[in-house]
Design a protein around this ligand. Structure first.
Ligand code: ATP
Ligand code: MG
Length: 464
């Protein structure tokens, strides 16, 4: 992080600079004169005796060269520190100074004690992201603090020709943190399996900048019909399988639709209550076994995952249309004795996978049109580090998914399979607008691709 303390306004700075230049110019003039005189003193007598002026102008030439060079260097320096500078850091510095003045950040603390008139900017530029922090020292009032990110964004847009995107902002303890970029995050196109990431642990690219990783092993995808939930799950499945050839996917498809048919090529699939219960029970058993294996390892470090220690790959449980499945389970449970009911057992399996799966390298993604608390209680939701809402969201859904009111959420462009995303552990203040990866079914036919992967893995799993 580079530091910039602003304690003077532009007028003060340019006045001082002006004075400095005049001062230098005077010194130069005096030096030139002195050199001229000193070097020519010895010529005075010969000049008189010969009747013509003998003048040594070597020093004069040298001094003019010096002047020229200084002008060039100073101009270059000024240019590089201007808002037209090709050096991003110096340009930024100029802009921050300009902004400080334009929004009167210095004058703000003049009124009370007239002590330290300064604010501090910290900034760094990395991988196309520009991180700017402003330490106001508490001199700027809190209303203003809240508004600074928006204003700075406006200032950048006004003063430069490049585009600016305010990616993130946060205010904490008189420190305003803002993240800018010159380009909005871009949607991915999934059309070639070879271009997908390989990794020992869960590592799936979601957009140009965002990734779903082991920091947020459990996920939730919610959205109305046709909003692209299943398509997003297809992306997650293919990317997950591409991660590592040892990875396995288990599928629950509550609507017994496309996904169940396709996924039977590569892993176990459940489409009704009973088979979903068996499938989750099996996964819980695998989880148990993996935990035992990990405990057997004396040197095991606390936070290591199974995939990291044993390199046997990760497991992903996809539960599409969970609400439909649960509805069906609960209906048929009514006819059973309480001890035989399927839903409570299924539910407890699913919860323990979500809560404890991470270290056993088991990930779960649940998806559905809605996720009422009766299906996924709030405590469980906190364990879902990846949350994606596709399509239009209702007030109630905003609360359910992100725990925020609709008006507190950023606006999402839902026209093109977009929505909002939340990723835990990245220190975000709010969910971000999200463009779901485009799954190109023509170039990468889902079923055929799964068959190919299954073949490469050695025939896939036997069917349940
Ligand atoms: N990310 C995407 N890439 C490509 N096509 C998409 C994408 N999302 C949605 N689509 C298109 O929109 C259609 C509907 O999307 P999808 O079936 O994924 O929605 P859904 O939310 O699962 O709907 P439902 O609730 O009916 O199951 C898909 O058949 C596909 O043509
Ligand atoms: Mg669907």
């Amino acid at each position: 992080m580079s530091k910039l303390t602003v304690d003077q306004n532009q007028a003060q700075i340019s006045y001082k600079k002006h004075r400095a230049y005049i001062f230098l110019l005077k010194i130069w003039a005096i030096a030139t004169l002195t050199f001229g005189v000193v070097l020519n003193v010895k010529n005075v007598i010969p000049s008189i005796s010969r009747g013509e002026i003998i003048f040594e102008n070597q020093s004069l030439k040298l001094m003019f060269l010096l002047l020229l060079m200084s002008v060039v260097i100073i101009s270059l320096w000024e240019f590089l520190h201007s808002r037209y500078s090709p050096i991003e850091k110096w340009k930024l510095e100029k802009l921050l100074r300009g902004f400080t003045e334009e929004s009167d950040l210095l004058r703000q603390h003049d009124n009370s004690f007239n002590q330290t008139k300064s604010i501090k900017w910290l900034y760094s530029i990395s991988d196309s992201l520009i991180i700017i922090k402003l330490m106001t020292g508490g001199h700027v009032n809190s209303e203003m603090e809240k508004d600074i990110a928006r204003r700075l964004h406006g200032y950048f847009v006004k003063e430069t020709r490049v585009s600016w995107v305010l990616e993130d902002r946060r205010i904490k303890d008189r420190l305003i943190m803002m993240v800018f970029s010159h380009e909005a995050d871009k949607r991915l196109v999934i059309e070639d399996i070879l271009s997908l990431r390989q990794s020992n642990e869960l590592n799936i690219q979601l957009t140009q900048r965002l990734s779903w990783t082991i920091r947020q092993p459990m996920g939730l995808v919610v959205g109305p019909t046709g909003s692209g939930k299943t398509s997003l799950l297809k992306v997650l499945i293919i990317s997950f399988l591409a991660n590592n050839h040892k990875n396995k996917v288990f599928t629950i498809d509550g609507k017994e639709a496309f996904l169940s048919v396709a996924m039977s090529r590569i892993g176990k699939v459940a489409t009704d209550g009973q088979s979903a219960l068996e499938l989750t029970a099996e996964l819980c058993q695998i989880m148990q076994q993996r935990y035992e294996e990990m405990n057997a390892d004396v040197d095991s470090e606390k936070d290591s995952t199974h995939a990291e220690l044993f390199e046997q790959g990760s497991i992903l449980l996809i539960a599409d249309e969970l609400l439909a499945l649960v509805g069906e389970m609960q209906a048929s449970d009514k006819m059973l004795k309480p001890t035989e009911r399927i839903y409570p057992q299924f539910y407890s399996n699913l919860m323990s996978l979500i809560v404890k799966g991470r270290q056993a390298s088991i990930s779960v993604v649940v998806s559905g049109q809605q996720m009422p608390a009766s299906i996924l209680p709030t405590e469980t939701r906190d364990s879902l580090g990846l949350r994606i809402a596709l399509g239009r969201m209702s007030q109630q859904q905003a609360q359910e998914i992100f725990g925020l009111g609709l008006k507190d959420l950023p606006r999402a462009d839902t026209s093109n399979y977009g929505g909002l995303i939340w990723l835990d552990g990245l220190d975000w203040e709010l969910p971000k607008p999200f463009q779901s990866p485009y799954y190109d079914d023509e170039k990468l036919p889902f079923k055929a691709t799964l068959s190919n992967i299954a073949e490469a893995q050695g025939g896939g799993l036997p069917q349940a």
